[in-house]
Design a protein around this ligand. Structure first.
Ligand code: ATP
Length: 348
Protein backbone atom coordinates (compact mmCIF):
# COMPACT_ATOMS: atom_id res chain seq x y z
CA UNK A 1 0.00 0.00 0.00
CA UNK A 2 1.46 3.39 -1.00
CA UNK A 3 1.97 5.98 1.68
CA UNK A 4 2.40 9.67 0.97
CA UNK A 5 3.92 12.19 3.34
CA UNK A 6 2.05 15.47 3.08
CA UNK A 7 3.21 18.72 4.71
CA UNK A 8 0.15 20.78 5.62
CA UNK A 9 0.48 24.57 5.71
CA UNK A 10 -2.98 26.10 6.31
CA UNK A 11 -1.49 29.62 6.55
CA UNK A 12 -3.79 32.47 7.51
CA UNK A 13 -7.40 33.61 7.24
CA UNK A 14 -9.73 31.13 5.58
CA UNK A 15 -6.77 28.79 5.00
CA UNK A 16 -7.40 27.57 8.55
CA UNK A 17 -11.00 26.71 7.67
CA UNK A 18 -10.71 25.19 4.21
CA UNK A 19 -7.47 23.20 4.55
CA UNK A 20 -8.85 20.94 7.32
CA UNK A 21 -11.91 20.26 5.15
CA UNK A 22 -9.70 19.39 2.19
CA UNK A 23 -7.74 17.04 4.44
CA UNK A 24 -10.91 15.26 5.52
CA UNK A 25 -11.67 14.63 1.85
CA UNK A 26 -8.13 13.33 1.23
CA UNK A 27 -8.43 10.94 4.16
CA UNK A 28 -11.76 9.65 2.92
CA UNK A 29 -10.55 9.12 -0.64
CA UNK A 30 -7.37 7.40 0.62
CA UNK A 31 -9.53 4.91 2.50
CA UNK A 32 -11.62 4.26 -0.59
CA UNK A 33 -8.66 3.83 -2.94
CA UNK A 34 -6.47 1.96 -0.47
CA UNK A 35 -3.48 4.19 0.04
CA UNK A 36 -2.45 6.01 3.17
CA UNK A 37 -1.24 9.49 3.95
CA UNK A 38 0.87 10.79 6.79
CA UNK A 39 0.44 14.48 7.50
CA UNK A 40 2.36 16.99 9.54
CA UNK A 41 1.01 20.49 10.04
CA UNK A 42 3.13 23.64 10.09
CA UNK A 43 1.68 26.87 11.48
CA UNK A 44 3.65 29.15 9.16
CA UNK A 45 2.51 32.34 7.47
CA UNK A 46 1.68 35.91 8.41
CA UNK A 47 0.46 34.94 11.89
CA UNK A 48 3.79 33.17 12.47
CA UNK A 49 5.55 36.29 11.16
CA UNK A 50 3.84 38.50 13.75
CA UNK A 51 5.31 36.34 16.49
CA UNK A 52 8.65 35.33 14.98
CA UNK A 53 9.56 38.02 12.45
CA UNK A 54 9.64 35.50 9.59
CA UNK A 55 7.08 33.53 7.61
CA UNK A 56 8.74 30.19 8.17
CA UNK A 57 11.73 29.03 10.21
CA UNK A 58 15.22 29.21 8.71
CA UNK A 59 15.21 25.46 8.14
CA UNK A 60 11.62 25.48 6.85
CA UNK A 61 12.51 24.63 3.26
CA UNK A 62 14.81 21.82 4.40
CA UNK A 63 11.94 20.46 6.48
CA UNK A 64 9.55 20.54 3.51
CA UNK A 65 12.02 18.61 1.36
CA UNK A 66 11.22 15.51 3.43
CA UNK A 67 7.65 15.43 2.13
CA UNK A 68 6.06 14.18 -1.08
CA UNK A 69 3.89 17.28 -1.41
CA UNK A 70 2.79 20.43 0.38
CA UNK A 71 -0.93 21.05 0.86
CA UNK A 72 -1.22 24.79 1.32
CA UNK A 73 -4.00 27.29 2.05
CA UNK A 74 -2.97 30.91 1.78
CA UNK A 75 -0.76 33.43 3.57
CA UNK A 76 -1.48 37.06 4.44
CA UNK A 77 -3.14 39.12 7.17
CA UNK A 78 -4.35 42.73 7.13
CA UNK A 79 -1.87 43.55 9.91
CA UNK A 80 1.11 42.40 7.86
CA UNK A 81 2.77 44.33 5.01
CA UNK A 82 1.17 43.00 1.84
CA UNK A 83 4.50 42.83 -0.02
CA UNK A 84 5.79 40.12 2.32
CA UNK A 85 3.62 36.98 1.93
CA UNK A 86 4.60 36.34 -1.70
CA UNK A 87 8.25 37.30 -1.24
CA UNK A 88 8.83 35.49 2.04
CA UNK A 89 6.69 32.41 1.61
CA UNK A 90 5.01 31.63 -1.71
CA UNK A 91 7.74 32.73 -4.14
CA UNK A 92 10.38 31.29 -1.83
CA UNK A 93 8.88 27.82 -2.01
CA UNK A 94 8.06 28.04 -5.73
CA UNK A 95 11.56 29.19 -6.67
CA UNK A 96 13.65 27.05 -4.32
CA UNK A 97 11.70 23.92 -5.25
CA UNK A 98 11.80 24.64 -8.98
CA UNK A 99 8.01 24.64 -9.15
CA UNK A 100 8.18 26.30 -12.53
CA UNK A 101 4.68 25.29 -13.60
CA UNK A 102 1.63 26.83 -12.03
CA UNK A 103 -1.18 24.53 -13.16
CA UNK A 104 -4.52 26.32 -12.88
CA UNK A 105 -7.50 24.60 -14.46
CA UNK A 106 -10.76 26.35 -15.30
CA UNK A 107 -13.98 24.45 -15.95
CA UNK A 108 -17.72 24.45 -15.72
CA UNK A 109 -19.13 23.24 -12.40
CA UNK A 110 -22.55 21.61 -12.82
CA UNK A 111 -25.26 23.39 -10.85
CA UNK A 112 -23.24 26.59 -10.43
CA UNK A 113 -24.56 29.76 -12.05
CA UNK A 114 -21.84 31.54 -13.99
CA UNK A 115 -21.69 35.22 -14.77
CA UNK A 116 -21.36 34.51 -18.51
CA UNK A 117 -24.35 34.63 -20.83
CA UNK A 118 -23.17 31.61 -22.81
CA UNK A 119 -23.73 28.19 -21.27
CA UNK A 120 -21.12 26.48 -23.46
CA UNK A 121 -18.90 24.00 -21.64
CA UNK A 122 -15.58 25.43 -20.49
CA UNK A 123 -12.57 23.23 -19.79
CA UNK A 124 -9.08 24.62 -20.09
CA UNK A 125 -5.86 24.81 -18.11
CA UNK A 126 -3.81 27.92 -17.50
CA UNK A 127 -0.13 26.99 -17.41
CA UNK A 128 1.52 29.94 -15.76
CA UNK A 129 5.29 30.30 -15.74
CA UNK A 130 5.95 30.33 -12.02
CA UNK A 131 9.54 31.24 -11.20
CA UNK A 132 10.66 34.12 -13.41
CA UNK A 133 9.17 36.78 -15.69
CA UNK A 134 7.71 39.87 -14.09
CA UNK A 135 7.80 38.50 -10.52
CA UNK A 136 11.56 38.04 -10.03
CA UNK A 137 11.59 41.13 -7.81
CA UNK A 138 14.79 42.46 -9.31
CA UNK A 139 14.79 46.22 -9.02
CA UNK A 140 14.88 49.03 -6.54
CA UNK A 141 13.46 52.35 -5.50
CA UNK A 142 15.62 55.46 -5.78
CA UNK A 143 15.03 58.44 -3.52
CA UNK A 144 11.40 57.42 -3.03
CA UNK A 145 10.60 60.40 -0.77
CA UNK A 146 12.00 63.02 -3.12
CA UNK A 147 10.49 64.71 -6.13
CA UNK A 148 12.97 62.74 -8.25
CA UNK A 149 11.86 59.43 -6.79
CA UNK A 150 11.51 56.38 -8.98
CA UNK A 151 10.75 52.67 -8.77
CA UNK A 152 12.09 50.03 -11.13
CA UNK A 153 11.23 46.35 -11.55
CA UNK A 154 12.88 44.25 -14.23
CA UNK A 155 11.36 41.19 -15.88
CA UNK A 156 13.62 38.26 -16.60
CA UNK A 157 12.82 35.67 -19.25
CA UNK A 158 15.46 33.02 -19.84
CA UNK A 159 15.64 30.48 -22.64
CA UNK A 160 15.78 27.68 -20.10
CA UNK A 161 12.81 29.04 -18.17
CA UNK A 162 10.66 29.50 -21.27
CA UNK A 163 11.59 26.19 -22.86
CA UNK A 164 10.78 24.06 -19.85
CA UNK A 165 7.35 25.54 -19.22
CA UNK A 166 6.54 25.49 -22.94
CA UNK A 167 7.45 21.80 -23.21
CA UNK A 168 5.18 21.13 -20.22
CA UNK A 169 2.30 22.99 -21.90
CA UNK A 170 2.66 21.22 -25.26
CA UNK A 171 2.95 17.80 -23.61
CA UNK A 172 -0.12 18.59 -21.53
CA UNK A 173 -2.03 19.59 -24.69
CA UNK A 174 -1.23 16.16 -26.14
CA UNK A 175 -3.22 14.59 -23.29
CA UNK A 176 -6.13 16.99 -23.94
CA UNK A 177 -7.52 18.67 -27.08
CA UNK A 178 -4.15 19.37 -28.74
CA UNK A 179 -4.18 23.14 -28.63
CA UNK A 180 -1.88 25.66 -26.92
CA UNK A 181 -2.71 29.35 -26.83
CA UNK A 182 0.28 31.34 -25.71
CA UNK A 183 -0.37 34.76 -24.23
CA UNK A 184 1.96 37.63 -24.93
CA UNK A 185 2.30 41.39 -25.32
CA UNK A 186 5.30 41.40 -27.62
CA UNK A 187 3.89 44.28 -29.65
CA UNK A 188 4.91 46.60 -26.82
CA UNK A 189 7.28 44.59 -24.59
CA UNK A 190 9.56 44.19 -27.55
CA UNK A 191 12.51 42.62 -25.77
CA UNK A 192 11.29 40.27 -23.08
CA UNK A 193 8.07 39.08 -24.65
CA UNK A 194 9.40 38.90 -28.21
CA UNK A 195 11.95 36.51 -26.81
CA UNK A 196 9.14 34.64 -25.02
CA UNK A 197 7.34 34.31 -28.38
CA UNK A 198 10.46 33.24 -30.23
CA UNK A 199 11.40 30.45 -27.81
CA UNK A 200 7.80 29.21 -27.56
CA UNK A 201 7.67 29.17 -31.36
CA UNK A 202 10.78 26.99 -31.44
CA UNK A 203 9.28 24.58 -28.92
CA UNK A 204 5.94 24.55 -30.78
CA UNK A 205 7.73 23.41 -33.94
CA UNK A 206 8.62 20.20 -32.09
CA UNK A 207 4.92 19.44 -31.55
CA UNK A 208 3.42 19.54 -35.07
CA UNK A 209 0.37 17.60 -33.83
CA UNK A 210 -0.53 20.43 -31.40
CA UNK A 211 -2.21 23.58 -32.72
CA UNK A 212 -0.28 26.66 -31.62
CA UNK A 213 -2.03 30.01 -31.33
CA UNK A 214 -0.55 33.30 -30.14
CA UNK A 215 -2.80 35.87 -28.45
CA UNK A 216 -2.19 39.27 -26.88
CA UNK A 217 -3.07 39.59 -23.21
CA UNK A 218 -5.59 42.37 -23.82
CA UNK A 219 -7.47 40.29 -26.38
CA UNK A 220 -7.26 37.19 -24.18
CA UNK A 221 -9.05 38.92 -21.27
CA UNK A 222 -11.90 39.69 -23.66
CA UNK A 223 -11.88 36.14 -25.04
CA UNK A 224 -12.01 34.63 -21.53
CA UNK A 225 -15.38 36.36 -21.22
CA UNK A 226 -16.71 36.20 -24.77
CA UNK A 227 -15.45 32.83 -26.06
CA UNK A 228 -13.75 30.83 -23.29
CA UNK A 229 -14.71 27.51 -24.88
CA UNK A 230 -11.98 28.03 -27.50
CA UNK A 231 -9.16 27.47 -24.98
CA UNK A 232 -7.49 24.17 -24.16
CA UNK A 233 -4.03 24.94 -22.71
CA UNK A 234 -3.26 28.61 -22.04
CA UNK A 235 0.49 29.20 -21.69
CA UNK A 236 1.25 32.48 -19.99
CA UNK A 237 3.74 34.51 -18.01
CA UNK A 238 3.86 34.88 -14.24
CA UNK A 239 2.04 38.23 -14.04
CA UNK A 240 -0.44 37.59 -16.84
CA UNK A 241 -1.18 34.15 -15.38
CA UNK A 242 -1.80 35.64 -11.96
CA UNK A 243 -4.40 37.99 -13.37
CA UNK A 244 -5.95 35.58 -15.85
CA UNK A 245 -6.46 32.91 -13.21
CA UNK A 246 -8.61 35.23 -11.10
CA UNK A 247 -10.62 35.90 -14.24
CA UNK A 248 -10.73 32.13 -14.75
CA UNK A 249 -12.14 31.76 -11.23
CA UNK A 250 -14.69 34.48 -11.89
CA UNK A 251 -16.00 32.90 -15.09
CA UNK A 252 -16.42 29.60 -13.22
CA UNK A 253 -18.65 31.46 -10.76
CA UNK A 254 -16.36 32.34 -7.83
CA UNK A 255 -12.71 32.73 -6.88
CA UNK A 256 -13.37 30.04 -4.29
CA UNK A 257 -13.79 27.43 -7.02
CA UNK A 258 -10.25 27.43 -8.43
CA UNK A 259 -7.70 24.79 -7.49
CA UNK A 260 -4.05 24.81 -8.50
CA UNK A 261 -0.68 23.14 -8.30
CA UNK A 262 2.80 24.66 -8.15
CA UNK A 263 4.50 21.82 -9.89
CA UNK A 264 8.06 20.63 -10.22
CA UNK A 265 7.42 18.20 -13.10
CA UNK A 266 10.72 16.35 -12.60
CA UNK A 267 9.74 15.61 -8.97
CA UNK A 268 13.19 16.64 -7.70
CA UNK A 269 11.36 18.57 -4.97
CA UNK A 270 7.88 18.44 -3.45
CA UNK A 271 5.19 20.32 -5.36
CA UNK A 272 2.74 22.60 -3.56
CA UNK A 273 -1.04 22.63 -4.01
CA UNK A 274 -3.26 25.59 -3.10
CA UNK A 275 -6.48 27.32 -4.15
CA UNK A 276 -6.07 30.27 -6.53
CA UNK A 277 -7.46 32.80 -4.07
CA UNK A 278 -5.92 34.52 -1.07
CA UNK A 279 -6.62 34.39 2.65
CA UNK A 280 -9.90 36.36 2.29
CA UNK A 281 -9.71 38.13 5.68
CA UNK A 282 -13.11 39.74 5.03
CA UNK A 283 -14.89 36.41 5.51
CA UNK A 284 -12.41 34.55 7.76
CA UNK A 285 -13.66 32.87 10.92
CA UNK A 286 -17.29 32.60 9.80
CA UNK A 287 -17.32 29.05 8.39
CA UNK A 288 -18.70 30.40 5.10
CA UNK A 289 -15.59 30.16 2.90
CA UNK A 290 -16.01 28.10 -0.23
CA UNK A 291 -13.67 25.06 0.03
CA UNK A 292 -14.25 23.63 -3.48
CA UNK A 293 -11.00 25.14 -4.83
CA UNK A 294 -9.06 23.75 -1.87
CA UNK A 295 -10.64 20.33 -2.40
CA UNK A 296 -9.91 20.47 -6.14
CA UNK A 297 -6.29 21.26 -5.22
CA UNK A 298 -6.26 17.97 -3.29
CA UNK A 299 -7.34 16.17 -6.46
CA UNK A 300 -4.57 17.89 -8.45
CA UNK A 301 -2.10 16.83 -5.75
CA UNK A 302 -3.21 13.20 -5.82
CA UNK A 303 -3.03 13.16 -9.63
CA UNK A 304 0.55 14.47 -9.38
CA UNK A 305 1.38 11.74 -6.86
CA UNK A 306 0.07 9.12 -9.29
CA UNK A 307 -3.31 8.45 -7.63
CA UNK A 308 -5.33 9.28 -10.73
CA UNK A 309 -8.39 7.23 -9.79
CA UNK A 310 -8.59 8.94 -6.41
CA UNK A 311 -8.29 12.32 -8.10
CA UNK A 312 -11.10 11.42 -10.48
CA UNK A 313 -13.25 10.22 -7.57
CA UNK A 314 -12.87 13.58 -5.86
CA UNK A 315 -13.88 15.45 -9.02
CA UNK A 316 -16.94 13.24 -9.49
CA UNK A 317 -17.91 13.73 -5.84
CA UNK A 318 -17.51 17.51 -6.23
CA UNK A 319 -19.71 17.52 -9.33
CA UNK A 320 -22.40 15.56 -7.50
CA UNK A 321 -22.27 17.98 -4.56
CA UNK A 322 -22.70 21.09 -6.72
CA UNK A 323 -25.44 19.34 -8.72
CA UNK A 324 -27.19 18.57 -5.40
CA UNK A 325 -27.11 22.31 -4.67
CA UNK A 326 -24.50 22.24 -1.92
CA UNK A 327 -23.37 25.80 -2.58
CA UNK A 328 -21.70 28.34 -0.31
CA UNK A 329 -22.77 31.98 0.03
CA UNK A 330 -20.47 33.21 -2.76
CA UNK A 331 -22.31 30.80 -5.10
CA UNK A 332 -25.73 32.00 -3.98
CA UNK A 333 -26.33 29.12 -1.56
CA UNK A 334 -26.31 28.80 2.20
CA UNK A 335 -24.05 25.78 2.75
CA UNK A 336 -21.30 26.21 5.33
CA UNK A 337 -17.68 25.29 4.66
CA UNK A 338 -18.04 22.00 6.51
CA UNK A 339 -21.30 21.11 4.73
CA UNK A 340 -19.42 21.11 1.42
CA UNK A 341 -16.76 18.67 2.63
CA UNK A 342 -19.47 16.50 4.25
CA UNK A 343 -21.31 16.33 0.93
CA UNK A 344 -18.17 15.55 -1.07
CA UNK A 345 -17.23 12.78 1.40
CA UNK A 346 -20.75 11.34 1.32
CA UNK A 347 -20.60 11.29 -2.48
CA UNK A 348 -17.27 9.45 -2.43
P1 ATP B 1 -4.49 38.03 -2.06
O1 ATP B 1 -3.72 39.31 -2.12
O2 ATP B 1 -3.79 36.96 -1.28
O3 ATP B 1 -5.00 37.56 -3.39
P2 ATP B 1 -7.02 39.26 -1.45
O4 ATP B 1 -7.77 39.53 -0.18
O5 ATP B 1 -6.67 40.39 -2.35
O6 ATP B 1 -5.77 38.35 -1.13
P3 ATP B 1 -8.63 37.02 -1.90
O7 ATP B 1 -8.27 36.55 -0.55
O8 ATP B 1 -8.48 36.06 -3.01
O9 ATP B 1 -7.85 38.29 -2.33
O10 ATP B 1 -10.13 37.53 -1.85
C1 ATP B 1 -10.74 38.30 -2.87
C2 ATP B 1 -12.26 38.27 -2.66
O11 ATP B 1 -12.76 36.97 -2.98
C3 ATP B 1 -12.67 38.55 -1.22
O12 ATP B 1 -13.86 39.32 -1.20
C4 ATP B 1 -12.92 37.17 -0.67
O13 ATP B 1 -13.88 37.15 0.38
C5 ATP B 1 -13.41 36.38 -1.87
N1 ATP B 1 -12.99 34.99 -1.76
C6 ATP B 1 -11.75 34.52 -1.94
N2 ATP B 1 -11.69 33.20 -1.69
C7 ATP B 1 -12.94 32.84 -1.33
C8 ATP B 1 -13.52 31.59 -0.93
N3 ATP B 1 -12.80 30.46 -0.86
N4 ATP B 1 -14.83 31.58 -0.62
C9 ATP B 1 -15.58 32.68 -0.71
N5 ATP B 1 -15.09 33.88 -1.07
C10 ATP B 1 -13.77 33.97 -1.38
Amino acid sequence: MSNYKIAVVPGDGIGNEIVPEGLRVIEAVAKKHKFSITTEEFGWGAGYYLENGKFLPDDGLETLKNFDAVYFGSVGLPAVDDTLPAKDYTFKVRTNFNQYVNYRPVRTYPGVTRPLRSDKHIDFVIVRENTEGEFVQVGSQYLPDSENGMGIDSSIFTRKGIERVAHYAFKLARTRRHKVTHITKSNTLINSLSYWDRVIGEVAAQYPDVEHQQMYIDNSTAMFVLKPEQFDVVLTTNLFGDILSDLGGAIMGSLGLGGSGNINPEKEYPSMFEPIHGSAPDIAGQNIANPYGQIWSAAIMLEHLGETEAANSIMEAIDKATTQGVLTVDLGGNAKTKDVADAVIANL
